[in-house]
Design a protein around this ligand. Structure first.
Ligand SMILES: NC(=O)c1ccc[n+]([C@@H]2O[C@H](COP(=O)([O-])OP(=O)(O)OC[C@H]3O[C@@H](n4cnc5c(N)ncnc54)[C@H](OP(=O)(O)O)[C@@H]3O)[C@@H](O)[C@H]2O)c1
Length: 198
C-alpha cells in the first residue's frame, strides 16, 4: 500500500478491497457492480422467529399485501428452501432468483445463483433488489442490506425452527415511511417498521 499514487493494477485492486471493507455500502455499485441499495424484507416474532416446518408461523393478510406492494417490479432473492415453500411457484411480476449450491437445480420461472454475491451481481442494474428469506439467506445477506422492511409480530413462537439473525439496532434508523404502522390478525398484533442503515 506504499505506492498509492501511480500504483500497479494489483495494488489498486487491493486498495479497492480495503475501501470496500471499510465502506461496503457506499462503493458497491462503482467498485463491485452490486446494486447501490439492497433491501431485506422479513416478518418476525419478538424472539426473531420466522419459520416453522418450512412455512411461516402465522397468516397475516396485510403483511402479504405489503410484501407484494413493496417487492413488485424488483428482483427477489431467496434461498432454495424458501423457493420450495412458495405455494404457486415463481412470484409474478418480479425476477425470481434462487440461491442454491446445486448447480443442476432448474426452478421453473426463476434464475439461480450459486452464492449471495452472485445473486447480487445478477441484480446490479436494479435500484433495489429484495432479499426475501429464509433464515440462512437472511444471515448471509444481511451484511449487504441497506434497507430493512420489518413486520414485527408481537408474540413468541416456541415451536419455530428458523430465526432472523441478531442485528444491532443502533446500526439502523427508522425511515418513518410506514402507514399504517399497526394492525391485528388472528389475535396477533403486528407493526410495520422500515429502517435504513445509519
Ligand atoms: N417470516 C418471513 O418473513 C420468512 C420469509 C422467508 C422464509 N421464511 C421461512 O424460513 C424458512 C426457510 O428458511 P431456511 O433457513 O430453512 O432456508 P433458506 O434460507 O430459504 O434456504 C436455504 C438454502 O439456500 C441455499 N443457500 C443458503 N445459503 C447459501 C449460500 N451462502 N450459498 C449458496 N446457497 C445457499 C442452500 O440451498 P442448497 O441446499 O440447494 O444448496 C440452502 O439449503 C421457512 O420456514 C420459510 O417459511 C420466513
Amino acid at each position: 500500500m506504499e505506492h498509492i499514487i501511480g500504483y500497479p493494477v494489483e495494488a489498486e485492486r487491493n486498495l479497492e478491497k480495503d475501501i470496500a471493507s471499510l465502506h461496503p455500502f457506499s462503493v458497491f455499485n462503482s467498485q463491485t457492480s452490486r446494486p447501490m441499495e439492497t433491501a431485506v424484507i422479513v416478518a418476525m416474532g419478538r424472539d426473531r422467529a420466522i419459520g416453522r416446518d418450512g412455512d411461516m408461523p402465522w397468516h397475516i393478510p396485510a403483511d402479504l399485501k405489503r410484501f407484494k406492494a413493496l417487492t413488485m417490479g424488483h428482483p427477489v432473492i431467496m434461498g432454495r428452501r424458501t423457493w420450495l415453500s412458495l405455494p404457486k411457484g415463481a412470484l409474478p411480476g418480479r425476477r425470481n432468483i434462487v440461491v442454491t449450491t446445486d448447480g443442476g437445480f432448474r426452478p421453473e420461472g426463476a434464475e439461480t445463483a450459486s452464492s449471495p454475491e452472485e445473486a447480487l451481481a445478477l441484480c446490479a442494474g436494479d435500484p433495489m433488489p429484495f432479499v426475501i428469506g429464509g433464515g440462512r439467506i437472511y444471515k448471509a445477506m444481511l451484511p449487504f442490506a441497506t434497507r430493512l422492511y420489518l413486520t414485527l409480530v408481537d408474540a413468541e413462537f416456541h415451536d419455530a425452527d428458523t430465526w432472523f439473525p441478531e442485528f444491532s439496532q443502533t446500526e439502523w434508523v427508522p425511515t418513518g415511511e410506514e402507514m399504517p404502522p399497526e394492525g391485528e390478525a388472528g389475535g396477533l398484533r403486528y407493526r410495520f417498521v422500515n429502517l435504513r442503515r445509519r
